[in-house]
Design a protein around this ligand. Structure first.
Ligand code: SAH
Length: 240
């Protein structure tokens, strides 16, 4: 009898305990995050202290769906629903560093996705404006960011190709989906001397990550890395 109840108790503990360990409860996310920053970010040459500190602070696991939470600090992108992905931590750090951000900067992001990149930016600069074309993702990111206490992130649902002219000019622009060429409105909305980081290239190919600096109204382009981002879709692509 005693043995039976012990087995039953063990069974219940396993049953209740398993789903928790599956979603990663019980993992020391802070320790995993610090390890991620040391091994994937600092060891690969990211030097900007603001970026390093921001990556240490933002709880990336809260931006990924529960079933992927235990992989949140792994060295790769993860699905976030609607066929979209949260970028690899190193790419987030690399693109953020390339913007040479200062605390007083106002930044525009195209492709809010999970809201993770926006949170990293908001740890470094005064104001972050971010645009997402898929309404459900925009709503989810906005609610999450608000719940986490970010008051300097403004989320817009819409086509980021057009930028956000009401708040232009921006000191920096970061694009996390890939258009075939740099959208003209974004060039116009970048402040003189400002920097834009953007993956450019046709769908389903490796794209070029470009750093564009605006000088005398024109862009000076520098290719940084080969990358693979989801395509920038347009409002009339049948998505909405
Ligand atoms: N920065 C995100 C990852 C974004 S994935 C993060 O940290 O999680 C790229 C996102 O760009 C997707 O959510 C996709 O829906 C969005 N996107 C694609 N085309 C867009 C457009 N024209 N305007 C705004 N967002 C767009």
């Amino acid at each position: 009898m005693y043995k039976q109840s012990l087995i039953l108790l063990l069974g219940i503990m396993l049953f209740v305990g398993l789903p928790c360990s599956c979603v990663g409860e019980g993992l020391d996310f802070e320790a995993l995050r610090h390890k991620m920053v040391e091994q994937q970010i600092v060891a690969r040459g990211i030097k900007d202290k603001g970026v390093i500190e921001a990556m240490k602070r933002v709880p990336r696991h809260l931006f990924v769906p529960e079933k992927y939470r235990r992989f949140a600090y792994h060295d790769g992108p993860l699905p976030i629903g609607e066929g979209q992905t949260i970028s690899q931590p190193y790419i987030v750090a690399f693109m953020t560093e390339a913007l040479s951000l200062q605390p007083h900067h106002k930044v525009l992001e195209i492709g809010t996705g999970s809201g993770y990149q926006a949170a990293v930016l908001a740890e470094i600069v005064d104001q972050v404006y971010t645009i997402e074309i898929i309404p459900s993702l925009a709503r989810r990111a906005e609610a999450l960011l608000r719940g986490m206490g970010y008051e300097n992130i403004f989320v817009l649902t819409g086509d980021g190709y057009k930028g956000w002219p009401q708040h232009a000019p921006f000191d920096a622009i970061i694009v996390t989906c890939a258009p075939e060429e740099i959208p003209k409105p974004l060039i116009e909305q970048l402040r003189e001397g400002g920097r834009m980081v953007i993956p450019v290239g046709p769908q389903d190919t490796v794209q070029k990550l470009i750093l564009a600096t605006k000088q005398n109204g024109k862009l000076r382009l520098q290719t940084l890395l080969p990358v693979r981002f989801v395509p920038m879709v347009r409002e009339n692509d049948g998505l909405r």
